[in-house]
Design a binder for this molecule. Structure first.
Ligand code: MF3
Ligand code: CO
Ligand code: CO
Length: 273
C-alpha cells in the first residue's frame, strides 16, 4: 500500500487498541494466512504458472471458511500478490511462469470472521544465486530487528530505524514508497509503519495495537516505479528486490506475531548454487 493510497481510505487516523477478542480473531486469521503459504511451498517449483498458485491459494482459503482480502480490493482481481526478482510488490498472478533461479515474494491476506491476517515470504525457485540468497537473508533479519523494536512506549520510528540501519549496513536499500499498516477488522488502517526513519519519532506504541511490518529490501538503489497495470511496482535500476511480512500486536511486554508458520516454515529453505 502506498502512503497516498492509504490516505484515501476511510479511517479516523486514530490507532485502535484491541482487547482479548481482537487478539483471538487475529490469531485465527494470522494462522490461516501462514498455513496458506505453508501449503504453497511444494508448488513453488520451476515451470509453475503464477495463476496456478493463485488458484490453489483461493481454493485453500475458501475451503477453510475464510475470504481472500485482495480479491476485489480496489479493483484487484487476484488472491495473491506474486512478485519475482525485480518486482518490489503487488505483482499480479497470471500467465507468467516461474523459472529456475527466480526468487519471489508471495503475499496473502485472509479474512477470518472479519479479522485480517496479512503475511508474505520469499521463495527460491530451484537453486538461486548466492547474492539472491543473501538478499533474502538480509530481508528476514531486517524484519526480526523491526520486531525486536516493538514494545509499549516505543515509537514507530524505532521500528523503521532498526530496519534501515541494519539493511544499509549490509549495503542494501530500503524501499520508501510502501509501508506497513495497521490492520484488524480494517485491511489498511492507521498507523503507517515506515521501514526507515529515526528513533523516538512517529506514533507511540501501546498494548493492543495491531499492524504489519513488511520491509522491501533492494540489492541496488531504493527508487521504484509503477508499471502501467497500475499495481506492479519494480525497482528503477532493475536490481533484485525482496520482502517479508508479519501481522503483529503490541503486548504488555513486547510483541506477538500472529502470522508465524505453525510448522516453522516462515522462512522457507532457499537452495543456493
Ligand atoms: N497484502 C498487501 C499488503 O501487504 C496488500 C495487497 S493489496 C492488493 O498490504 F490489492 F494488491 F492485493
Ligand atoms: Co500488508
Ligand atoms: Co501483505
Amino acid at each position: 500500500m502506498s502512503e497516498t493510497e492509504l490516505d484515501l481510505e476511510h479511517r479516523t487516523g486514530q490507532i485502535k487498541v484491541h482487547g482479548p477478542e481482537g487478539f483471538e480473531g487475529m490469531r485465527r486469521a494470522g494462522r490461516l494466512a501462514a498455513e496458506c503459504l505453508d501449503m504453497l511451498i511444494p508448488h513453488v517449483v520451476p515451470g509453475v504458472l503464477t495463476d496456478r498458485l493463485d488458484t490453489l491459494a483461493r481454493e485453500f482459503i475458501l475451503d477453510h471458511g475464510a475470504l481472500p482480502a485482495c480479491l476485489g480490493y480496489r479493483g484487484y482481481t487476484k488472491t495473491l500478490c506474486i512478485s519475482p526478482n525485480h518486482i518490489v510488490c503487488h505483482g499480479i498472478p497470471g500467465e507468467r511462469v516461474l523459472r529456475e533461479g527466480d526468487i519471489t515474494n508471495i503475499d496473502v491476506t485472509v479474512v477470518v470472521d472479519g479479522w485480517h491476517g496479512d503475511t508474505s515470504r520469499m521463495f527460491g525457485v530451484g537453486e538461486v544465486a548466492p547474492r539472491a540468497k543473501r538478499l533474502i537473508d538480509v530481508t528476514y533479519e531486517a524484519m526480526e530487528r523491526g520486531l525486536a523494536a516493538v514494545k509499549p512506549g516505543a515509537r514507530t520510528g524505532d521500528i523503521g530505524h532498526a530496519i534501515q540501519t541494519y539493511v544499509e549496513s549490509m549495503r542494501c536499500s530500503v524501499v520508501r514508497d510502501f509501508c506497513g499498516h495497521g490492520l484488524g477488522k480494517v485491511f489498511h488502517d492507521a498507523p503507517n509503519i515506515l521501514h526507515f526513519g529515526h528513533r523516538g519519532e512517529g506514533d507511540l506504541l501501546k498494548p493492543g495495537m495491531f499492524f504489519t511490518i513488511e520491509p522491501m529490501v533492494n540489492l541496488g538503489k531504493h527508487p521504484v516505479k509503477l508499471l502501467s497495470d497500475g499495481w506492479t511496482a519494480v525497482t528503477r535500476d532493475k536490481s533484485l528486490s525482496s520482502q517479508c511480512e508479519h501481522s503483529v500486536a503490541v503486548t504488555e511486554d513486547g510483541v506477538e506475531v500472529f502470522t508465524g508458520s505453525p510448522v516453522g516454515l516462515f522462512k522457507p529453505p532457499v537452495a543456493s548454487a
